[in-house]
Ligand binder design. Sequence first.
Ligand code: ATP
Length: 453
Amino acid sequence: MSDKHDAQRMEKIVSLCKRRGFIFQSSEIYGGLNGAWDYGPLGVELKRNLKNYWWRVIVHERDDVVGMDGAILTHPEVLKASGHVEGFSDPMIDCRVCKAHLRFDQLMEKNGVKQCPNCGSKDLTEARQFNLMFETHVGAAADESSIAYLRPETAQSIFVQFKNILEISRKKLPFGIAQIGKAFRNEINPRNFTFRSREFEQMELEYFCRPEQGMELLEYWKEERLKFYENIGISLANLHVRNVPDEERAFYSKGTYDIEYDFPFGRQELEGVAYRTDYDLSQHQKASGKSLEYFNEETKEKFIPHVIEPSAGVDRTVLALICDAYSEDQAPNDKGEMESRTVLRLHPRLAPVKCAIFPLLKNKEPLVAKAKEIVNLLRPHMTLFYDESGAIGRRYRRQDEIGTPFGVTVDFETLGERDPALRDTVTLRDRDSMTQERVAIRELVNILTSRLH
Ligand code: ATP
């Protein structure tokens, strides 16, 4: 596909997200806060479905992983020990002409000369390191002693609580601690919609093991994570695994895979799966003076476990889900003429609304009453949307555009007016194939729940 086509596709996706209430610019009525986004009624459902599914497969369906939820405000010593205070920075350059702050790797290069990507100027400052952490002060005094940071990743609170969790959960190696939560990075140049934000969420697992298991578990988790993306409906053809070469890896990592996705704006990282050796626990043990060792009761040996870290971005995955699901095809309107339709082919497991309920006509009381009965029947089992306004074709289109996988229409057959055998049956429409089947109302819960998981 051409760059122009991809740019148009991205524009349509951003506009759909706003128009239908998936994602809004944060503080929009005040001009917007760069790098911050608010999720609207549909976006929050999609995001929750993603997080719940991750939690289900990583924590609930396994015996060897437990969860935690750490504080966002972080003690400076934690981030000194982890290396973030000293080294969590990107090289920054300023353009002297248009005053843009740029990340070194975002500069354009023409005939070997670096240029500003905004105005083309070659008048650039030298690169200097810019720390990405947000610093704040805790309590009334705003001096050195009160500095705290908004966490730049969720992982460090897991390492710091490792000993507590090990003791109370009585887990044996290998075992993991999982966390989903907000992280903050003062990115020099937030861009590509929600892809690079300053406030975002991560889904992180720290999976602790014996040193000799590290390389094998790195492969295992890479495969597990790929399966996850397939199970949420992301096409494997758009996913790529990059084996990060030695010179790009952190010095303590023995192996890292980046799982990348083909976004309309290019191939970019969704998740990193890194074998971090015993680096983090060793650093915290050294800095805190508290033992973070594991005691093997059988062999009586004491050692610092190694760790594999699959670290995924919630917002990036939501964006990948929307990009992957977005499609345009042809569908007949109420007069049977073909029209183009926009459809989000989200996996039913992730779709914000699972089923829409439509009475064929809003001014026919028995149709409306029956449709509302169905709403009450289905409500305990799934998210629903009741819609009685406008032509039925238009109502279908509105649901297609937000990815609702099923639509139930109550018509005159439902009332048994034409054929008593069809009394209490409805049409069940499938979003992707647009086919309709006639099903009994009493079967609806079973049919729908079996197709949603
Ligand atoms: P990048 O190279 O794109 O800045 P990273 O390698 O620094 O990412 P990690 O530190 O490995 O990212 O963080 C793990 C995951 O957290 C990333 O794979 C991504 O999904 C998510 N993430 C990191 N930074 C951001 C951001 N600024 N906005 C949204 N998600 C982010």
